[in-house]
Design a protein around this ligand. Structure first.
Ligand SMILES: NC(=O)c1ccc[n+]([C@@H]2O[C@H](COP(=O)([O-])OP(=O)(O)OC[C@H]3O[C@@H](n4cnc5c(N)ncnc54)[C@H](O)[C@@H]3O)[C@@H](O)[C@H]2O)c1
Length: 184
């Protein structure tokens, strides 16, 4: 398998690149942070060149990373929530358009996953609420039925499944990887 992973220098992209490489994929990495060069070097010699995905070249799939905040809103979150909700619909539309070309399109909607981005978000919430950052992770966990934050590997494992032949009949879906948080 060949894969192109965006945002691969850290967080969910890094975990996904590592997971797909360890599963035997040749992985091309993209990130605006030059740190991605070190990540790519660590994955060599299986690194792939970036090539366009072409119809008729065999099974292929796209996995978009949406968010639970594309499913339910959050105060002051209009740009993020709207863009993530749009990505969910883009996934559905592209799945319909690309199915005849043998390309599946799915999305993952992560909940609270332990990455730089998540902890930066908690710092913003603490600043806005006048609380301290130290209180925030426990407050988030209290709202997650499984009782813990997600890890980047939880998301990477779902990407690995969605890109595998085991998910060959799955397209147009947004899979929530959120510890059951949406059921509250
Ligand atoms: N962490 C969470 O809890 C969480 C929850 C829901 C959705 N998400 C989504 O998952 C995705 C990854 O988030 P993360 O937590 O890994 O973030 P992160 O900040 O830890 O990592 C994001 C990476 O993407 C790179 N990047 C950002 N914009 C880029 C651009 N325009 N071009 C190239 N590279 C770019 C950054 O340099 C960084 O390396 C995001 O789309 C985010 O909205 C994350």
């Amino acid at each position: 398998m060949k894969a192109l992973v965006t945002g691969a220098a850290r967080g969910l992209g890094l975990a996904t690149a590592r997971r797909l490489a360890s599963d035997g994929a040749r992985v091309a990495l993209l990130d605006r942070d030059p740190l991605v060069e070190e990540v790519a070097a660590a994955l060599d010699p299986r690194a792939a060149a970036v090539e366009p995905m072409r119809a008729g070249e065999g099974p292929a799939s796209i996995v978009n990373i949406s968010s639970v905040l594309g499913v339910r809103g959050e105060p002051n979150g209009a740009p993020y929530c709207v863009s993530k909700a749009g990505l969910r619909m883009l996934t559905e539309v592209l799945a319909l358009e690309l199915a005849p070309a043998g390309i599946r399109v799915n999305a993952i909607a992560p909940g609270a996953i332990e990455t730089d981005m998540h902890f930066d978000h908690l710092r913003e919430i603490a600043a806005a609420d006048g609380t301290t950052f130290d209180e925030e992770p426990a407050r988030v966990r209290a709202g997650i039925p499984i009782g813990r934050h997600g890890t980047p590997d939880d998301v990477a494992a779902t990407v690995a499944w969605l890109t595998s032949a085991d998910a060959g009949y799955v397209t147009g879906q947004t899979i929530l990887v959120d510890g059951g948080g949406m059921d509250r």
